[in-house]
Design a protein around this ligand. Structure first.
Ligand SMILES: [Fe+2]
Length: 222
């Protein structure tokens, strides 16, 4: 998915991702930090699955971009406390299609569109926007789905209580084979058992003060 045109193009991707995610963060403080954590968790899960540097870096970049379609959703809806009406839910779900079409318009990012579009698909086919199931869901999307859910459950949200890391992993295990790819759930549980999930989040918080340096360090180390 990443360009094969050398480091200069890789840096171009970084700048584009930075610009897009900065636009989302400027729009909504509610999502600030979420995409960074999902990106780091996605990278770690990809590595735990045995993916190489390039594939894991693709998962990381797709993680940064996954909710970029929320640029096209109203602030009041994104930050609404309490349950969404069916109409609001339908509107919110459009962020997957909006995000994919936005990413598709940028030549260097086009390869990430399937992951952005598919990050709310479910293993059992009951997700959206396309109702894909099993292996037909892009692997990056399946990875992001778990990372996204874990971060949402362990973050403070106005409409529900924050879960501990242990409780969030238990919930992900409970949804193995329905919402999530069972093989990925096992890999994620191994990361947790190794104590690497909380460590990842602490590292992310430390580097979050200068995400550009963090991004570039990630590419240089890849
Ligand atoms: Fe999303």
């Amino acid at each position: 998915m990443q360009s094969d045109n050398g480091l200069s193009d890789a840096w171009g991707v970084i700048d584009l991702v930075q610009a897009l995610t900065a636009a989302l963060d400027a729009k909504s403080s509610y999502t600030r930090g979420h995409s960074d954590r999902v990106a780091e968790l996605s990278w770690a899960l990809a590595r735990e699955l045995g993916q190489g540097d390039r594939e894991a870096e693709s998962a990381r970049i797709a993680g940064h971009l996954h909710d970029i379609g929320k640029i096209g959703i109203s602030d009041s809806l994104i930050s609404k406390a309490g349950a969404l009406t069916p109409e609001e839910l339908e509107t919110m779900r459009r962020h997957t299609r909006i995000g994919a079409s936005l990413v598709e318009q940028v030549a260097h990012l086009r390869g990430y569109a399937p992951a952005v579009r598919g990050h709310h698909e479910r293993w059992d086919g009951r997700g959206y926007p396309d109702g894909l199931s099993g292996d037909s869901i892009p692997i990056e999307a399946r990875i992001i789905c778990i990372a996204d859910s874990y971060d949402a459950m362990t973050s403070v949200r106005s409409y529900r209580a924050q879960l501990s890391a242990t409780a969030a992993v238990e919930e992900i295990r409970r949804c193995s084979g329905t919402q999530f790819d069972p093989e990925l759930v096992e890999a994620f549980a191994r990361l947790f058992a190794a104590g690497e999930l909380p460590l990842l989040l602490r590292i992310e918080e430390l580097v979050n003060a200068d995400p550009v340096i963090h991004f570039r360090a990630a590419i240089e180390n890849a």
